[in-house]
Design a protein around this ligand. Sequence first.
Ligand SMILES: *[C@@H]1O[C@H](CO)[C@@H](O)[C@H](O)[C@H]1NC(C)=O
Ligand SMILES: *[C@@H]1O[C@H](CO)[C@@H](O)[C@H](O)[C@H]1NC(C)=O
Ligand SMILES: *[C@@H]1O[C@H](CO)[C@@H](O)[C@H](O)[C@H]1NC(C)=O
Ligand SMILES: *[C@@H]1O[C@H](CO)[C@@H](O)[C@H](O)[C@H]1NC(C)=O
Ligand SMILES: *[C@@H]1O[C@H](CO)[C@@H](O)[C@H](O)[C@H]1NC(C)=O
Ligand SMILES: *[C@@H]1O[C@H](CO)[C@@H](O)[C@H](O)[C@H]1NC(C)=O
Ligand SMILES: *[C@@H]1O[C@H](CO)[C@@H](O)[C@H](O)[C@H]1NC(C)=O
Length: 446
Amino acid sequence: MLLTIVRCFVFVLLRFVSYFVLLALLLFDISLVEVKSQFCDGISQYGRCSPNSACACYHIAGAINIGICVDVFVDCSALVACVDSDNTCYETNHRCVHHPQCHSSPVCYPVPSFNQRLCPPIPKYLDIVLLCILVHPLRGNAIDIHSNAQWQENGLTEAGGNRRGNATNQLNNPGGVYVDDDQTVYVADASNHRIMEWKMGAMSSQVVAGGNGDGNGTHQLYGPLDVIVDSETDSLIISDHYNKRVVRWSRRNGTHGETIISNISCWGLTMDENGSLYVAEFSKHEVRRYRRGESQGTVVAGGNGSGNRLDQLYYPRYVFVDRNNSVYVSDWGNYRVMKWLEGAKEVIVVAGGNGQGNALTQLHYPLGVVADQLGTVYVAEQLNNRVVRWPKGATEGSIIIGGNGIGDKSNQLDWPVGLSFDGHGNFYVVDNGNSRVQKFNIASNQ
Ligand SMILES: *[C@@H]1O[C@H](CO)[C@@H](O)[C@H](O)[C@H]1NC(C)=O
Ligand SMILES: *[C@@H]1O[C@H](CO)[C@@H](O)[C@H](O)[C@H]1NC(C)=O
Ligand SMILES: *[C@@H]1O[C@H](CO)[C@@H](O)[C@H](O)[C@H]1NC(C)=O
Ligand SMILES: *[C@@H]1O[C@H](CO)[C@@H](O)[C@H](O)[C@H]1NC(C)=O
Ligand SMILES: *[C@@H]1O[C@H](CO)[C@@H](O)[C@H](O)[C@H]1NC(C)=O
Ligand SMILES: *[C@@H]1O[C@H](CO)[C@@H](O)[C@H](O)[C@H]1NC(C)=O
Ligand SMILES: *[C@@H]1O[C@H](CO)[C@@H](O)[C@H](O)[C@H]1NC(C)=O
C-alpha cells in the first residue's frame, strides 16, 4: 500500500517538477522497493543485475534461471568446487553457482553480508510508471471510488480541535482545506490570517504563510479562505479574501507572498492538470480561469450578475475541476452545485437547486465540493451539518457524513466548509464551528 502511494507521488511529480528532483525521488523509491534477497530472476548467466556494473548474475547450481547478483572481481584460483552430491558449500557466506569462465563444474562463490549494498538490484522503472497512470485532480481521489462506498461514521481530528484560538494547535474560523500527496494538510485559518500546515501524525502544526496579523503587507494575509499547493512551482496559492488578491507563497522560503491576481473578491480556488487556476469571484457571481501567466483570465461560469438562471450564479464559494476538466462550483445562494463542461456554453445543475431545506433533494448553503471519477458530486452543507453524495444524474442525494444534528461529537459537524479527498479516498472536512479538521476514513469501497 505504501509503495503505491509513493509511486503515484512520483508520477505526479514526473509531470510537474524538474527531472533532477524526479531522479532524487526515484532513488528514494528504489530504496523502498529494494528486494530483500540477492536473487536475480530471469537474467542470463553473467547478465547485468545491478546499477553497479561490477556486479553480474551467477546462476545457482541446480536452480533454473535463478541466480545471485554478486561482484565479478573474484579470482578463479580462489574458488573451490561445490560438494558434488548436493551442490552445497561448507564455507559460510558462499553459494554454489555456475561460473563456466572459471570451471566447468559449479563453484562456491563468496557472497559477503554487505552484498546488497555492493550490488543493489535494478529498480523496476516500468512498474513505477505503470502503477502511476492516474493523475488525480486537486482534492480528488487517486483510487476509484465505488458508487456505494461508505465512510466511517466517526471522524478523527486531524487538525485543531482545541477550541478557537491562535496557538499552533488551534484554529479560528478555518475555511478551505488541501491535502497533499504525502497527506500533509493545509488549512486556511481565516481569522488568524494565516495558513497552517499539519504533517501526518504531528501533534501540532506550523504557520506556513501569514500569521503576522491582518493587513495588506506582503508578509501578511487578511482573512484567507482557501489554499492549494502548486507542485510545479512548489508554492502555496492562497485566496487572500479581504485583501482582494490571490497570492503565491513559496513552500521553501515562506516569508513573503507575491500577488498573482489583484482586485478580485476571491473565495475558493483550484487548479487543473495544466496549471490553469480557477477562482470563484464572489461578488461578481462568476468563476474565472487564469492560464499560467495570465492576470485577467476568462469567465467559465456565471458572469451575468446574480440570479438563478443556468448562466448565472449567486455568491459562488468553492470550485473543483475533475479529470475531464469539468468545473464544479458550489452556488451558495442558489442552494445548488453547477457543473461546467469544457467548451459548453451553459452549466448544468448537478446537485440541489430545489430551494433551501434539509430534504435529500435540497442543499442548505453548499460550500466545499469535490467529485470522483464517476462524476459523483460530494458537497458540504453549511446549515445541514452534513456531507452528501449526488451520483451523476441523480435527483436527490444521500448523507455520507454527519447529518446527526449540530454538535462536536465525532459523528457530528458544526458548519462544515472545506472538503477534500486524500489519495486513498478518505475525506477531510473543515468543521468550522468546532475549529477542527475531521478525517473520515473510507470504510468500504464496494
Ligand atoms: C493570540 O491571542 C492572544 C489572546 O487572545 C493575544 O493576546 C495575542 O496577541 C494573539 N497572538 C497573535 C499572534 O495574534
Ligand atoms: C494597504 O493598506 C494601507 C493602509 O490601510 C493603504 O494606505 C494602502 O493603500 C494599502 N495598499 C494596497 C496595495 O492596497
Ligand atoms: C526569500 O524571499 C524574500 C522575499 O521574496 C527574498 O527577499 C529573500 O531573498 C528570499 N530568500 C531566499 C533564501 O531565497
Ligand atoms: C477593481 O474592480 C472593480 C470592479 O470590477 C473596478 O470598478 C475597479 O476599477 C478595479 N480597480 C482597480 C484598481 O483596478
Ligand atoms: C491542457 O493542455 C492540453 C495540451 O496543451 C490542451 O489540449 C488542453 O485543452 C488543456 N486543457 C485545459 C483545460 O486547458
Ligand atoms: C453571460 O456571460 C457570458 C460570459 O461573460 C457572456 O458570454 C454571455 O453573453 C452572457 N449572457 C447573457 C444572457 O448576458
Ligand atoms: C469523463 O469523460 C468520459 C468520456 O466522455 C466519461 O466516460 C467519464 O464518465 C467522464 N468523467 C466524469 C468524471 O464525468
